[in-house]
Design a protein around this ligand. Structure first.
Ligand code: UDP
Ligand code: MG
Length: 320
C-alpha cells in the first residue's frame, strides 16, 4: 500500500503555457527538453501551446505533437495578437492548480520548474524566475531595458523586479485573480505584480535562444515599453501639472522683466533671439504634452471599443 502511494502521481495538475510565434525551428527542441523535465516531475500536467498566428509551419508541428499526446493542447489564433495576449489566452484555457508560462525558445530551461514546484509545495503562491545573466541580449537592448525598469519602478505603485520575466509559477488563485482583469492593454509583467500574493524568487541561468531569432525588434520593444508605462501609471499626464505650473511661474517673471525693461528703456526692437527661443521652447513643450495626451487617448479608445483580446481559430485537445 505504502509503495503504491509512493508510486502514485501527485494528483495536482500543472499547466505549462507556451506562447509560440513562428518557432518551427525551435519546437522540436522545446518538446525534447520538456520531456526531460516531465520525466522528473511527479505531477499530472498539460502543456498549452498558444499559436500566436504563426505564418510558418509551427501549427502543423504542434498538431503532430497534439495527436501523439492528448495532454499537449493547442489554442490557435486567427492572426498574430502578440505575446501578452497569447499568455492571457493560455491562462484562460488552463485548468491546472499551478500554472507556468514558459517561452518556447528554451531561454527558460524547463528543469527549473522543479525548483518552482518545491517552493509552491512550501506554500508560496507565486514563484518567479530571476535571470542571473543577460549576455544573450545585445548591449543596447540590455541598457535600454534596464533604463525602462528604472523608470517603470520610479512611477509604478507595484514594482516590477528588473530581471524577472514571464517565466514563473502561479497558484490557481493567482491566475483567477489575473483573469479578472479585463483590460485590452495587457502588460503582463505589471499585472503579475499588481495582483499581489506571497511570492518567492529563484535565480536561473537564462540560456541562448535554441533556434530562430527574437520576435521582438526595437520598434516592438519601444511600443511594449510605452504600453507598460501607460498601462500602469498616469504619472506622465500628471507631471505637467507641476512642470507646467513651474514654467508658467518662470514665464510670469520673464514677462514682468520685459515689461519693466520696456517701460524704463523703451522698446528698442531688440530681443529677436529671445523671441525665437521662447516660441520654440513653448511650442516644443506643448507638442510633447499633446503627444503624451495622444498616447493615453489612443489607449482609452482601444479600451472603449472593447474588442475581444484575440480571436481563436482552432483549439485542439480542449473541450470548450
Ligand atoms: N511570441 C509570441 N507572439 C509574439 C512574439 C513572441 O507568442 O508576437 C513568443 C515567442 O514565440 C516565444 C516568446 O513569445 O516563445 C518570447 O519571444 P522571443 O523569444 O522572441 O522574445 P525575447 O526572448 O527575445 O524577448
Ligand atoms: Mg526568447
Amino acid at each position: 500500500m505504502r509503495e503504491f502511494e509512493e508510486n502514485m502521481e501527485k494528483r495536482e495538475l500543472i499547466s505549462i503555457i507556451a506562447p509560440i510565434y513562428n518557432e518551427e525551428a525551435a519546437i522540436d527542441i522545446f518538446f525534447a527538453e520538456m520531456r526531460k523535465f516531465l520525466a522528473t516531475c511527479s505531477y499530472r500536467y498539460e502543456i498549452i501551446c498558444v499559436n500566436d498566428g504563426s505564418s510558418d509551419n509551427t501549427l502543423n508541428i504542434l498538431k503532430k505533437y497534439a495527436t501523439e499526446d492528448k495532454r499537449i493542447k493547442v489554442v490557435s489564433f486567427s492572426r498574430n495578437f502578440g505575446k501578452e495576449r497569447a499568455l492571457y489566452a493560455g491562462l484562460k484555457y488552463s485548468s491546472g492548480d499551478a500554472v507556468i508560462p514558459i517561452d518556447a525558445d528554451l531561454q527558460h530551461p524547463p528543469i527549473v520548474i522543479n525548483a518552482f514546484l518545491n517552493k509552491w509545495e512550501e506554500g508560496y503562491d507565486i514563484v518567479y524566475g530571476v535571470r542571473k545573466n543577460r549576455e544573450n541580449e545585445g548591449r543596447l537592448r540590455r541598457f535600454l531595458s534596464k533604463k525602462f525598469y528604472e523608470l517603470y519602478n520610479l512611477i509604478a505603485e507595484q514594482k516590477a523586479p528588473y530581471n524577472a520575466g514571464d517565466f514563473r509559477l502561479m497558484d490557481r488563485k493567482v491566475v483567477d485573480a489575473i483573469l479578472k482583469i479585463q483590460e485590452k492593454q495587457l502588460f503582463m509583467k505589471g499585472i503579475f505584480n499588481w495582483v499581489g500574493y506571497k511570492a518567492y524568487s529563484i535565480e536561473y541561468a537564462c540560456a541562448a535562444r535554441a533556434a530562430g531569432i527574437s520576435k521582438f525588434n526595437f520598434w516592438k520593444l519601444w511600443n511594449f515599453a510605452l504600453d507598460g508605462i501607460t498601462a500602469t501609471s498616469t504619472f506622465p499626464l500628471r507631471i505637467w501639472t507641476y512642470l507646467g505650473g513651474g514654467i508658467a511661474l518662470i514665464s510670469f517673471f520673464i514677462a514682468l522683466f520685459f515689461l519693466i525693461k520696456t517701460l524704463i528703456w523703451g522698446d528698442t526692437v531688440q530681443g529677436f533671439p529671445t523671441l525665437v527661443i521662447l516660441i520654440l521652447f513653448f511650442g516644443g513643450i506643448q507638442l510633447l504634452v499633446l503627444g503624451i495626451f495622444g498616447e493615453y487617448i489612443g489607449r482609452i479608445m482601444i479600451e472603449v471599443k472593447n474588442r475581444p483580446l484575440y480571436i481563436v481559430d482552432e483549439v485542439i485537445n480542449i473541450s470548450e
